[in-house]
Design a binder for this molecule. Structure first.
Ligand code: PLP
Length: 379
């Protein structure tokens, strides 16, 4: 039993086979269709798919002009991709502490860091991570930095379908861009894949170009730039950039999965509520949820001082695929070595339990009983 798992049915297989038998395996109609469906679902004007959320984050940073002069602040409790996207563009990355009860940065942890930083070193960009699928307090976080011109990216890799103030995460009410992941352990999958959504047309255009060699094909635009057009085939690459395009094969799978998302969210939330009920009188502390979560992950904190290393190993030996999310960014040797007590406290205690749509209450009962048994053994 893994902590997360994809769910593929005949409809998904048929959708992929249809593309395999069509004229276009890539750069056909499926990516634009998937993008339109995603934009409509989250309430964004534009969606730009990429071959992973890591690529989409890189494109978002490039489009928001992250460069060697940028100061990019990132939540310390996240996967390395949330910070590497800025490092790849030469920016200076700094880390923000989290609330150990939610795993998220808060207006208070951000304010603390701002208070301890000279104003000329305040962030040019903020990458906010909605850990486990529970949105951060975007309104108040944005309120602290927007006046200084800071651009905001939501790393919503965990949060497709989550809500914030009555809107879907991705509506970008308080941010410039939000990024989703379609890795198989996430809410829906396209195999590998990701998407950046925005309300801003110019940002969407820059992201799209970045994911495809920064190529410009529009003759009017090229003429306006002073280039001669050799013929109808003509295009020019405007700066070095990668090929991060999603293929139509992946988009077909993602689109087929998107139709099932709402049903799966209901199931994830029901399973999470069942775990909550099981842990109501236990020493294990589920993460606090302040908003409607997509429940990518279900995380508990072990009692302080519990031997997590042994608990992790013993539970794994019973074929229950617990995990630890995340090793704090400051522990990775290429990232700033910050001292962040909230994140460290969270990291020492956290354990991710299995949660995906192919589990049922009996599976969760087995997880809860095994954890109980192992904790008793080590107490
Ligand atoms: C918070 C976060 N950001 C970014 C990523 C990168 O996603 P992908 O694997 O689609 O590149 C992940 C992947 O797990 C993630 O959890």
């Amino acid at each position: 039993m893994n902590y997360g798992r994809h769910c593929i049915d005949q409809q998904d297989i048929d959708a992929v086979v249809e593309v395999l038998q069509s004229d276009f395996l890539t750069q056909g109609p499926m990516v634009p269709r998937f993008e339109k469906a995603l934009a409509d679902y989250v309430g964004a004007a534009h969606a730009v798919c990429a071959n992973s959320a890591t690529s989409a984050l890189h494109a978002a940073c490039a489009a928001l002009e992250v460069n060697a002069q940028s100061r990019v602040w990132v939540s310390a409790n996240t996967f390395v991709a949330s910070a590497n996207c800025a490092l790849l563009l030469g920016a200076k990355v700094d880390l923000i502490d989290i609330d150990p009860e939610t795993g998220n940065i808060t207006p208070q942890t951000l304010q603390h860091k701002l208070d301890n930083t000279a104003q000329e070193h305040w962030p040019t960009h903020l990458i906010v991570v909605h850990f486990a699928g529970n949105s951060c307090d975007m309104k108040n976080i944005a309120g602290l930095v927007k006046a200084s011109g800071c651009r905001i990216i939501e790393d919503a890799s965990h949060a497709l379908g989550a809500e914030h103030d009555g809107a879907k995460v991705g509506a970008c009410c308080y941010s410039d861009v939000a990024v989703f992941s379609f890795h198989p352990v996430k809410m829906i999958t396209s195999g590998e894949g990701g998407c950046a959504v925005t309300q801003q047309g110019d940002v969407a255009m820059r992201m799209r170009r970045f994911t495809s060699h920064n190529v410009v094909r529009d003759p009017d635009e090229l003429l306006a730039q002073g280039h001669a057009i050799d013929g109808d085939w003509f295009y020019l690459s405007q700066a070095a950039a990668p090929n991060y395009r999603m293929s139509d094969i992946h988009a077909a799978l993602g689109l087929s999965q998107l139709h099932k998302l709402d049903g799966w969210l209901t199931k994830r939330r029901a399973l999470a509520a069942y775990y909550d009920q099981c842990f109501a009188d236990s020493s294990l502390m589920p993460l606090k949820q302040s908003r409607l979560s997509s429940y990518h992950l279900y995380v508990v904190r072990l009692p302080e001082g519990a031997p997590r290393k042994q608990v992790f190993r013993a539970v794994r030996q019973a074929d229950i695929g617990v995990q630890v999310h995340y090793i704090p960014l400051y522990r990775h040797p290429h990232l700033p070595q910050a001292v962040l007590p909230g994140c460290e406290k969270y990291y020492q205690q956290c354990l991710t339990l299995p949660l995906h749509v192919q589990l049922d209450q009996a599976d969760l009962d087995r997880v809860v009983a095994q954890l109980d048994h192992v904790l008793k053994e080590y107490s």
